[in-house]
Design a protein around this ligand. Structure first.
Ligand code: ATP
Ligand code: LTN
Length: 351
């Protein structure tokens, strides 16, 4: 454990000229692959933001066990998750990439923050309501209930300026800011209030079959485009996407949710405006749009998948990246936690 304080870390960073503003985000290893919603809603921004920010990115394995997981599968999926991040262009030379459970400070700060979180406040979290709806609240784990508090700890430990996520995480970010403010007010200014970084155009990608639901790992099904599926299978899913009545290609999420979702995906993947796509496909019908989008998707997922499989062939390299990432993360997290422990009145252990 290093003995520098958070303040000293900040001073050292500023002195060495590397004090770029920080970003932080995490993703759960809850499926065999990430999907197009994860990619467009969050992961692509992670890669882009590396240029101008100092990033901390992690695989949220502790969040994953708030619902039952098979241990062997969880371990495998965590490595596959890390490989996908690297394959997308997350660069370990610029970003600390790590596994959440490697940094005990996340659980330790979570406990402190739980003492500041109201029961009613936690109950209002819509993700908890959604995720516990199936089996009923009584059957949900306490971990699922306090999930957003662990997320607040994940974030606040690193004092990031921005947190790139999809729209579904906005409420958790608001809770994080409330908890940070409460702690700062009750004790002493300790945490930065992080801002969500949410790109409106891709903040919510919908399932290709159940167009009113967001594409998600837990929903799965034929409406999800998995990044590690055979590209031909993904192309087929795009071509079989549910579209709306009529045949006009127009962006109108209310009246035409299916086609609007496809236009959002197409625009994001091709860097073309929705207006230019509407113009190009005017009078052509849905088939032409779906077929071209299928090609665009194949062009994006094929290299990503190839690179991920390559990275998975060299597990020693992968675990080494995660080890180095954890070392970088741990320095920052430990320093913040020491400040927190001191401020809440814990006795410092003898040196
Ligand atoms: P799960 O079903 O296990 O909750 P998920 O597919 O919702 O998984 P997460 O791991 O919870 O994915 O989310 C990772 C990131 O991807 C988050 O920033 C989240 O906001 C974003 N995200 C997830 N689904 C979508 C989507 N359909 N559109 C846009 N962003 C998304
Ligand atoms: N809850 C997030 C994953 C997550 C996260 C974080 C995102 C866990 N900790 C910290 C941003 C910052 C989700 O995507 N469902």
């Amino acid at each position: 454990m290093s003995t520098t304080t958070e303040l000293e870390v900040a001073v050292q960073e500023a002195a060495s000229g590397i004090a770029k503003p920080r970003i932080l985000s995490g993703i759960q290893p809850t499926a065999d692959s990430f999907h197009l919603g994860n990619y467009l809603g969050a992961l692509r921004q992670w890669v882009d933001l590396q240029e101008d920010y100092q990033p901390f990115f992690f695989v949220a394995d502790m969040h994953a066990i708030t619902v039952e997981q098979d241990p062997k599968l969880l371990r495998q999926r965590s490595l596959v998750a890390a490989a996908q991040l690297l394959a997308m262009g997350v660069d370990p030379a610029r970003s600390a990439v790590f596994v959440q459970s490697h940094i005990p400070a996340h659980a330790q700060l979570c406990w402190v923050l739980q003492g500041l979180t109201g029961f009613g406040e936690a109950r209002r979290m819509t993700q908890f309501k959604d995720k516990s709806a199936k089996g009923g609240e009584g059957a949900a784990s306490v971990g699922l209930f306090t999930y957003p508090v662990l997320q607040a700890a994940d974030i606040l430990l690193y004092r990031p300026h921005f947190v790139p996520v999809g729209e579904d995480q906005r409420q958790h970010l608001e809770l994080t800011r409330d908890l940070a403010q409460r702690f700062n007010h009750r004790y002493k200014k300790t945490f930065r209030l992080p801002e969500p970084y949410i790109l409106r155009a891709t903040s919510k990608i919908y399932d290709l079959q159940l167009v009113e639901k967001q594409m998600s790992k837990s929903l799965g099904g034929n409406g999800c485009v998995w990044l590690l599926d055979e590209p031909a299978a993904s192309a087929k899913r795009i071509r079989s996407a549910v579209t709306d009545s009529g045949s006009e290609i127009r962006f109108d999420p209310e009246e035409k949710p299916g086609i609007s979702n496809l236009l959002s995906i197409y625009s994001a993947l091709s860097a073309r405006s929705i207006a230019s796509l509407e113009e190009q496909y005017a009078g052509q019908g849905y088939g032409a749009l779906k077929s071209d989008l299928a090609d665009v998707v194949v062009d994006v997922v094929t290299p990503l998948r190839d690179r991920t499989l390559e990275l998975l062939d060299d597990q020693a390299h992968l675990t080494d990246v995660l080890k180095r990432g954890a070392e970088q993360a741990s320095d920052v997290a430990e320093a913040t936690l020491r400040d927190v422990y001191q401020r809440v009145g814990f006795v410092a252990p003898a040196q």
